[in-house]
Design a protein around this ligand. Sequence first.
Ligand code: ADP
Ligand code: MG
Length: 541
Amino acid sequence: MTREHKLKDITEDAKAFRKRLKALIGFRAAFVTLLLGSSFIFKAGYDRFQHPHAFSYLIAALYILTFVYSILIERIKQLYIFAYTQLILDVVFGITLIYITGGIESWFSFMLVLIVISSSIVIDKRAGYIIATLSSFFYGILINLQFHGLLSLNSGKIMEVKDYLYNIFIHIVSFYLVAYLSGYLSSRLERTVKKLDEKATDLRELEFFNKEVIESLPSGLFTTDISGKLLTFNKAAEKIIGCERDSVIGRRIDEVLPYFKFPFVQCRREEVIKTNGVKKVIGFQITPLKDINGNNKGFIGIFQDLTDLKRYEAEIKRKEKLAAIGELSSNIAHEIRNPLASLKGSIEMLKDGTIPPDNRKRLMEIALKEMECLNRIITDFLTYSKPSQPEIRRFELHSILDETTELLKNVEQNKGNISIKKKYAGRLEIDADPQKLRQVFWNLGINAIEAMPKGGELVVSTKNTDDTIEIIFQDSGAGIAKQDMERVFYPFFTTKESGTGLGLSIAYRIIEEHSGKINVESNPGVGTTFEVILPKTDGKT
Ligand code: ADP
Ligand code: MG
C-alpha cells in the first residue's frame, strides 16, 4: 500500500469512529429521555429511593454532559481518549444510579451491561474488557459497602452474605460474558467491513487501471452498444478523427462518423476520411464485444492513422521503380554499346580505301553480324518489355516439347555429348499460346545446353495434377551460384560472355501472362531444375 493510501485509510477510520461516537451520544440521550425520564414521570418506586432529588440531578447532569459532548465531538482530535472518558463517566453515572436506586436491589444494574456492549462496539474488544473490569470493580465495591452497612441504604429485604456474594458473582460474570460476546461480534463485523472495503478499493483501482490503459493506447479505440451507440472514445480516437468525445458519445456511430457504416462489416479495412479538410487514410478493425457468458454486448473498434505510412510506402515504391528503370536503361546501353563499337570499327576501316577486297568482304560480314545482334537484342527486349495478349488455343503439349528437343539436338552449342531424355505423362491437351510456350521451352532448353559445355544429361518431363500441368527441365550442368538465384529472372542478368540475359526474363513474363508460375532449384556443380506450372483452365480462357 502506498503512503497516500495509508493516510487515506487513517482519515477514513477516524471518520467512521467519530460516527460511532456520535451514535453513542445520541443513544445515551435517547436512553436518558426514555428510561430515566419515564421512571421520573411515572415515579415508579420513586418513594423508595434514598435520594429522590439525586435522580433529577443525575438526569440533568447527563443532559448537560450530552450537550457538552455534542459540542466537543467536532473539535476534539484525541477521539480515543474522548471515547474512554465518556464510557468511564458512564460507568460512574451507572454506579451512582444503582446506588441511589437501592444498590443490590436496584433495577438499573443492566445499565452497566449496556455500557460494556457500547464500549466494544464503539471502540473495540479491549475496551469492552476494560469497561467490564471497571464495572465489576465499582459494582463490587458498592455492594460490599452496602453489605457492611457503610452506605445509608435501607434494604426492605433481609439478605444474607451469600445473597450479596452471589449477586456480585452474577454481575461480574455477565459483564465479562457480554464483553466477550459483543467484542467477538464487533471484531467480526469490523473484519467483514474491512474486507468489503478492500474489494471496493480493488475494483476502483482496476477500473482506474483499465481507463488509463485505454486512454494511453496509441491506437484509436471506441466501443458501442449492440445498437451502434457510442460508449467509449479514447484520446487517440479524438486525435485521429478530429472530434471531441463529448460530441459523439451516446450517439449512433454512423450518424456522427459516417465512414463507420453500421451494422458493421467485420473485417480489416482501410478508409479515406476527411477531417477538418485534411485527408487521412485510416485502417480499422471491428470485432464484437462479448460478456463473460459469450453474449454479444456491442462492438469494439480499433483504428490507426496510416496516412504517413502510406505516403512513405508510395515514396519507397516510386524510388524502387526509378532505380529499376535506371538499372535497366544502363544495361540496355551497355548491351547495345558493344555491337555498336565493333560496327563503328568495321565501318571506319571500310572507309579507308586501301583495304584489300578480301578483307573488305570480311569487315562487311562483321558489320552485318553486329547489326543482326543489335536487332536481336532489340527484338528480345521488346518481347520482354511489351507483353502482348497470348493467343490461347487448345493443343497437345508434347508435340511442341518434341519440336524443341529436336532443335536442341542440333544447335551449335550442343557438341553431341549431351543426351536428352523425355518423361511424358500421357497425352496432355493444354489451353495456351503455342508460339509463346515454344519460346519458353526453347529458352529453358538452350540455357540447359549452355550450362553443360562438357556434356551431360537433360531430362524434360511433364506432370498432370488435378489442377495444374507442370513441365520440368532438369540438367546436370554447372548450376547457379546462390547469390545469383534471385537475379536470374532479371532482364540483362547474364553470366555468359555473349549472353543477353533476356531469355529467362522473357520466359517469366510469358508464364505470368498464362497465370502460371516458374520455379528454379539449383545445386552448383550438380545441376539445375526449372519447373513451369500452368493452371488448368478446362477449355475456358
Ligand atoms: P543468358 O542465357 O543470355 O545469360 P538468361 O536469362 O537465359 O540469359 O539466363 C540468365 C542467367 O541465368 C544465365 O547467364 C546463367 O547464369 C543462369 N542460368 C540460366 N539457366 C541456367 C541453367 N540451366 N544452368 C545454370 N545457369 C543457368
Ligand atoms: Mg539464355
